[in-house]
Design a binder for this molecule. Structure first.
Ligand code: GLU
Length: 407
């Protein structure tokens, strides 16, 4: 079992015990409803695709599809559990799912990328659909890829089906604001965090400058905070005063690494230097397990916002807790995307367009509510444990409502 899945299951067991959650429900939540695995032939190569459907207690299964060479069956399963927990915490009426293909996406040609996207839909077709399981963007699956997927889905099903996917281009029934939603949601959390801990102008380091990290940085700097450093998988830069987000975006647009963008007064740094910077807020928007037992002691930031999936391991969080570092868990801080997906799905079903301001307002309200629910519960506990117990309790309530007190 991969670390992420094992840690998550252990954490669920611990929290379920602490919250006196019934044995039957705990077993249900520890086992995934369905895990489909299939081959995707692309030219002369064959890739392995997955779709994990963890639970549909709260509504149709929902979750992104990632194309990455780190994808494994266990990782996809763990991420599908996190989707269930996230939707329960944020009160979004979806269940949890996740998909992925193990592939070095950057090595594929445009034609191969299209073949892979169509092949994924063909493989997952028997288990997805607008009322069953609705895939969405994730790592390396942007709106162009989703548009190809919708096309393939409509081709196979023989009818146009805009509610079958979220994260579509706006001109194809997508939602205004969906592309910036996850980064925006992270910035809403930043703003609440700064209000709560009375930080006026936060200094911030952002690990990861993809869709999520870059949009987070845009909103954070618009709010008047100072992004002091950014990085991607090949390293980053640290500024003396603050990073010019505009320049960094220009660099990203030209397909250059953020570490290659360096102006006067700025210094190239590696990822570990960024993680150890003395800033008010460290934002993790890259990948899992980046803060672990080996480097948790070196973290100097006072607050961490986890927007990537699982960037802080359970043991690392215990170390950080002892040192007084506040960690806002991923199932809260990364929820902007799925909240917007819910708006997009509803929009497709009711044919009623939502404006970008309405979408952002909806995200903001939901995320603030959950942020304060977490604070209301937190005593000496670690935030991710509190978030987990809130999710588990709400899922258990839902199961009892649905299935009656027969257990
Ligand atoms: N991939 C995103 C996530 O992990 C979005 C999922 C969705 O919108 O369904 O939250």
């Amino acid at each position: 079992m991969c670390n992420l899945l094992e840690n998550l299951k252990n954490q669920i067991k611990e929290e379920a015990k602490r919250n006196n959650i019934g044995k039957y429900f705990t077993e249900r939540i520890l086992s995934t409803d369905r895990l489909l695995e299939f081959n995707i032939p692309v030219g002369s190569k064959v890739f392995r695709g997955y779709r994990a459907q963890h639970s549909n207690l709260l509504g149709p299964y929902k979750g992104g599809v990632r194309f990455s060479n780190k994808v494994t069956r266990d990782e996809v399963e763990a991420l599908s559990i996190m989707m269930t927990l996230k939707c329960a915490l944020l009160d979004v009426p979806f269940g949890g799912a996740k998909g992925g293909v193990e592939v070095d996406f950057s090595s594929l040609s445009e034609k191969e990328r299209e073949e892979l996207s169509r092949g994924y839909v063909r493989g997952a077709f028997p288990v997805i659909g607008p009322e069953i399981d609705i895939p969405a963007p994730d790592i390396n699956t942007n709106e162009e890829i989703i548009s190809i997927m919708v096309d393939e889905y409509s081709r196979i099903s023989g009818k146009s089906s805009p509610a079958s996917f979220t994260g579509k281009p706006v001109e194809e029934g997508g939602l205004e604001g969906r592309d910036i939603a996850t980064g925006y949601g992270g910035a809403v959390i930043l703003s609440e965090l700064c209000d709560f801990w009375k930080i006026k102008e936060a200094t911030i380091a952002v690990q990861g400058f993809g869709n999520v990290g870059s949009n987070f940085a845009i909103f954070a700097s618009k709010m008047g905070h100072k992004v002091m450093a950014i990085s991607d998988c090949e390293g980053g830069v640290r500024a003396k005063k603050k990073i010019s987000i505009r320049e960094a975006l220009k660099c990203k647009k030209e397909n250059k690494r953020v570490g290659s963008y360096q102006r006067k007064g700025e210094k190239r740094i590696c990822n570990s230097e960024l993680l150890e910077m003395d800033v008010d807020v460290l934002v993790l928007a890259a990948t899992e397990n980046v803060i672990n037992e080996n480097n948790a002691e070196k973290v100097r930031a006072k607050h961490i916002i986890s927007i990537a999936n699982g960037p802080v391991t359970t043991n690392a969080e215990k170390i950080l807790q002892k040192r007084g570092t506040v960690v806002i868990p991923d199932i809260l801080a990364s929820a902007g995307g799925v909240i917007a997906s819910y708006c997009e799905w509803k929009q497709a079903k009711n044919s009623k367009k939502m404006r970008k301001e309405e979408v952002l307002d909806f995200i903001s309200k939901k995320m603030k509510k959950s942020f304060y629910a977490l604070h209301g519960e937190k005593q000496d506990e670690i935030f991710s444990n509190v978030a987990l117990s809130l999710s588990l309790r709400s899922l258990e309530r839902r199961m009892l409502d649905k299935e009656g007190e027969i257990r």
